[in-house]
Design a protein around this ligand. Structure first.
Ligand SMILES: CC(C)(COP(=O)(O)OP(=O)(O)OC[C@H]1O[C@@H](n2cnc3c(N)ncnc32)[C@H](O)[C@@H]1OP(=O)(O)O)[C@@H](O)C(=O)NCCC(=O)NCCS
Length: 164
Protein backbone atom coordinates (compact mmCIF):
# COMPACT_ATOMS: atom_id res chain seq x y z
CA UNK A 1 0.00 0.00 0.00
CA UNK A 2 1.01 3.62 -0.37
CA UNK A 3 -0.34 4.91 2.97
CA UNK A 4 3.14 5.96 4.06
CA UNK A 5 3.51 8.10 0.94
CA UNK A 6 2.62 11.77 1.50
CA UNK A 7 1.12 14.01 -1.18
CA UNK A 8 1.76 17.75 -1.13
CA UNK A 9 1.11 20.60 -3.52
CA UNK A 10 4.19 21.54 -5.50
CA UNK A 11 5.31 25.16 -5.53
CA UNK A 12 6.99 26.89 -8.49
CA UNK A 13 10.59 26.24 -9.42
CA UNK A 14 10.85 22.76 -7.88
CA UNK A 15 13.30 21.49 -10.48
CA UNK A 16 14.71 19.14 -7.83
CA UNK A 17 11.39 17.29 -7.56
CA UNK A 18 10.81 17.26 -11.33
CA UNK A 19 14.29 15.92 -12.05
CA UNK A 20 14.08 13.25 -9.35
CA UNK A 21 10.79 11.92 -10.70
CA UNK A 22 11.98 11.92 -14.33
CA UNK A 23 15.14 10.13 -13.17
CA UNK A 24 13.01 7.38 -11.59
CA UNK A 25 11.03 6.69 -14.78
CA UNK A 26 12.13 3.82 -16.99
CA UNK A 27 12.55 4.60 -20.72
CA UNK A 28 9.10 3.09 -21.35
CA UNK A 29 7.45 5.17 -18.61
CA UNK A 30 9.17 8.33 -19.90
CA UNK A 31 7.92 7.56 -23.39
CA UNK A 32 4.39 7.00 -22.07
CA UNK A 33 4.49 10.29 -20.17
CA UNK A 34 6.16 12.58 -22.71
CA UNK A 35 5.40 10.69 -25.96
CA UNK A 36 9.04 10.97 -27.02
CA UNK A 37 12.05 8.65 -26.54
CA UNK A 38 14.17 11.61 -25.29
CA UNK A 39 15.82 10.72 -21.95
CA UNK A 40 14.67 13.95 -20.33
CA UNK A 41 12.45 16.95 -21.10
CA UNK A 42 13.94 19.83 -23.07
CA UNK A 43 14.94 22.93 -21.06
CA UNK A 44 11.80 24.67 -22.35
CA UNK A 45 9.50 21.83 -21.28
CA UNK A 46 11.28 21.56 -17.92
CA UNK A 47 10.79 25.28 -17.34
CA UNK A 48 7.11 25.03 -18.26
CA UNK A 49 6.63 22.07 -15.90
CA UNK A 50 8.17 24.05 -13.03
CA UNK A 51 6.02 27.13 -13.69
CA UNK A 52 3.10 26.19 -11.46
CA UNK A 53 0.93 28.97 -10.03
CA UNK A 54 -1.58 27.02 -7.91
CA UNK A 55 -4.53 28.13 -10.04
CA UNK A 56 -4.24 27.70 -13.80
CA UNK A 57 -1.31 25.29 -13.41
CA UNK A 58 -1.59 23.08 -10.33
CA UNK A 59 0.81 20.27 -9.46
CA UNK A 60 0.96 17.82 -6.57
CA UNK A 61 3.83 15.49 -5.74
CA UNK A 62 4.08 12.25 -3.78
CA UNK A 63 6.98 11.72 -1.38
CA UNK A 64 8.28 8.44 0.05
CA UNK A 65 8.82 8.25 3.82
CA UNK A 66 12.49 9.24 3.35
CA UNK A 67 11.41 12.35 1.41
CA UNK A 68 12.26 11.01 -2.05
CA UNK A 69 9.82 12.35 -4.70
CA UNK A 70 8.03 9.42 -6.33
CA UNK A 71 5.33 10.96 -8.50
CA UNK A 72 3.67 14.09 -9.83
CA UNK A 73 0.22 14.93 -11.19
CA UNK A 74 -0.66 18.23 -12.79
CA UNK A 75 -3.54 20.14 -14.30
CA UNK A 76 -2.88 22.89 -16.81
CA UNK A 77 -5.79 25.09 -17.88
CA UNK A 78 -6.07 25.42 -21.64
CA UNK A 79 -9.06 27.76 -21.74
CA UNK A 80 -12.82 27.64 -21.30
CA UNK A 81 -12.63 25.59 -18.09
CA UNK A 82 -10.74 22.79 -19.89
CA UNK A 83 -7.51 21.43 -18.46
CA UNK A 84 -4.82 19.01 -19.52
CA UNK A 85 -4.18 16.28 -16.97
CA UNK A 86 -0.84 14.48 -16.70
CA UNK A 87 0.59 12.08 -14.14
CA UNK A 88 3.71 10.01 -13.61
CA UNK A 89 4.90 7.66 -10.87
CA UNK A 90 8.49 6.35 -10.71
CA UNK A 91 8.65 2.71 -11.74
CA UNK A 92 9.76 1.49 -8.31
CA UNK A 93 6.52 2.80 -6.77
CA UNK A 94 4.02 1.98 -9.52
CA UNK A 95 1.06 -0.32 -8.84
CA UNK A 96 0.58 0.81 -5.23
CA UNK A 97 -2.25 3.28 -5.67
CA UNK A 98 -0.09 6.41 -5.85
CA UNK A 99 -1.14 7.44 -9.37
CA UNK A 100 -4.79 7.27 -8.37
CA UNK A 101 -4.17 9.28 -5.21
CA UNK A 102 -2.22 11.93 -7.11
CA UNK A 103 -4.90 12.35 -9.77
CA UNK A 104 -7.74 12.55 -7.22
CA UNK A 105 -5.78 15.11 -5.19
CA UNK A 106 -4.92 17.39 -8.10
CA UNK A 107 -8.45 17.12 -9.49
CA UNK A 108 -9.95 18.20 -6.14
CA UNK A 109 -7.63 21.20 -6.05
CA UNK A 110 -8.46 21.96 -9.66
CA UNK A 111 -12.17 21.79 -9.03
CA UNK A 112 -11.79 24.25 -6.14
CA UNK A 113 -9.80 26.56 -8.42
CA UNK A 114 -12.50 26.54 -11.12
CA UNK A 115 -11.28 23.84 -13.49
CA UNK A 116 -14.40 22.27 -14.99
CA UNK A 117 -13.24 19.47 -17.26
CA UNK A 118 -10.09 17.48 -17.81
CA UNK A 119 -8.61 15.77 -20.81
CA UNK A 120 -5.54 13.65 -21.45
CA UNK A 121 -3.91 12.09 -24.48
CA UNK A 122 -2.79 8.54 -23.66
CA UNK A 123 -0.80 6.30 -25.99
CA UNK A 124 -2.89 3.34 -27.17
CA UNK A 125 -0.33 0.90 -25.74
CA UNK A 126 -0.42 2.55 -22.28
CA UNK A 127 -2.85 0.24 -20.50
CA UNK A 128 -1.83 1.42 -17.02
CA UNK A 129 -2.83 5.03 -17.70
CA UNK A 130 -6.07 3.94 -19.36
CA UNK A 131 -6.93 1.81 -16.33
CA UNK A 132 -6.06 4.69 -14.02
CA UNK A 133 -8.23 7.23 -15.84
CA UNK A 134 -11.23 4.89 -15.98
CA UNK A 135 -10.81 4.12 -12.28
CA UNK A 136 -10.78 7.78 -11.29
CA UNK A 137 -13.28 8.90 -13.95
CA UNK A 138 -15.62 5.90 -14.45
CA UNK A 139 -17.78 7.76 -16.97
CA UNK A 140 -14.96 9.35 -18.94
CA UNK A 141 -15.25 9.55 -22.69
CA UNK A 142 -12.42 7.83 -24.58
CA UNK A 143 -11.86 8.79 -28.21
CA UNK A 144 -9.39 6.51 -30.00
CA UNK A 145 -7.21 8.13 -32.67
CA UNK A 146 -4.28 6.62 -34.62
CA UNK A 147 -1.81 5.99 -31.78
CA UNK A 148 -3.50 7.78 -28.93
CA UNK A 149 -6.70 7.75 -26.94
CA UNK A 150 -8.15 11.09 -25.92
CA UNK A 151 -9.78 11.00 -22.49
CA UNK A 152 -12.25 13.64 -21.36
CA UNK A 153 -14.21 14.00 -18.14
CA UNK A 154 -16.15 16.73 -16.41
CA UNK A 155 -15.57 17.72 -12.81
CA UNK A 156 -19.10 17.99 -11.45
CA UNK A 157 -19.77 20.48 -8.66
CA UNK A 158 -21.06 17.84 -6.27
CA UNK A 159 -17.79 15.95 -6.33
CA UNK A 160 -18.97 13.27 -8.74
CA UNK A 161 -16.79 12.78 -11.78
CA UNK A 162 -18.87 12.32 -14.91
CA UNK A 163 -18.49 12.15 -18.64
CA UNK A 164 -17.58 15.31 -20.54
C1 LIG B 1 -0.02 5.48 -15.36
C2 LIG B 1 0.62 5.55 -13.99
C3 LIG B 1 0.70 7.01 -13.53
C4 LIG B 1 -0.20 4.73 -12.99
O1 LIG B 1 0.34 4.97 -11.70
P1 LIG B 1 0.24 3.84 -10.56
O2 LIG B 1 0.64 4.45 -9.28
O3 LIG B 1 0.98 2.65 -10.99
O4 LIG B 1 -1.33 3.54 -10.59
P2 LIG B 1 -2.23 3.01 -9.40
O5 LIG B 1 -1.47 1.97 -8.64
O6 LIG B 1 -2.76 4.17 -8.64
O7 LIG B 1 -3.40 2.30 -10.19
C5 LIG B 1 -4.55 3.01 -10.60
C6 LIG B 1 -5.50 2.05 -11.29
O8 LIG B 1 -4.92 1.64 -12.53
C7 LIG B 1 -4.77 0.21 -12.54
N1 LIG B 1 -3.49 -0.11 -13.13
C8 LIG B 1 -2.30 0.44 -12.81
N2 LIG B 1 -1.33 -0.10 -13.58
C9 LIG B 1 -1.95 -1.02 -14.37
C10 LIG B 1 -1.48 -1.90 -15.37
N3 LIG B 1 -0.18 -1.96 -15.72
N4 LIG B 1 -2.39 -2.71 -16.00
C11 LIG B 1 -3.69 -2.65 -15.67
N5 LIG B 1 -4.19 -1.82 -14.72
C12 LIG B 1 -3.32 -1.03 -14.08
C13 LIG B 1 -4.80 -0.21 -11.10
O9 LIG B 1 -5.27 -1.54 -10.97
C14 LIG B 1 -5.74 0.79 -10.49
O10 LIG B 1 -7.09 0.43 -10.70
P3 LIG B 1 -8.00 -0.11 -9.48
O11 LIG B 1 -7.95 0.98 -8.44
O12 LIG B 1 -9.33 -0.27 -10.12
O13 LIG B 1 -7.34 -1.36 -9.04
C15 LIG B 1 2.07 4.92 -14.02
O14 LIG B 1 1.99 3.65 -14.59
C16 LIG B 1 3.06 5.76 -14.79
O15 LIG B 1 3.66 6.70 -14.24
N6 LIG B 1 3.26 5.46 -16.09
C17 LIG B 1 4.22 6.23 -16.90
C18 LIG B 1 3.72 7.66 -17.18
C19 LIG B 1 2.35 7.65 -17.82
O16 LIG B 1 2.00 6.76 -18.58
N7 LIG B 1 1.56 8.68 -17.53
C20 LIG B 1 0.20 8.80 -18.04
C21 LIG B 1 0.14 9.60 -19.29
S1 LIG B 1 0.05 11.31 -18.89
Amino acid sequence: MSAEVRIRELGPGRYDVLDAVVEGLSPTSRYHRFHTPAPRPTPQVREALAAVDGRSHIAVAAFAPDGTPVGIARLIAVGDGQSELAVEVVDEWQGRGIGGRLVRDVVERGRAAGHRAVRAAVLAENVAAQALFFTVFPAAIALPAAHEIGFAAELARDGVLCAA
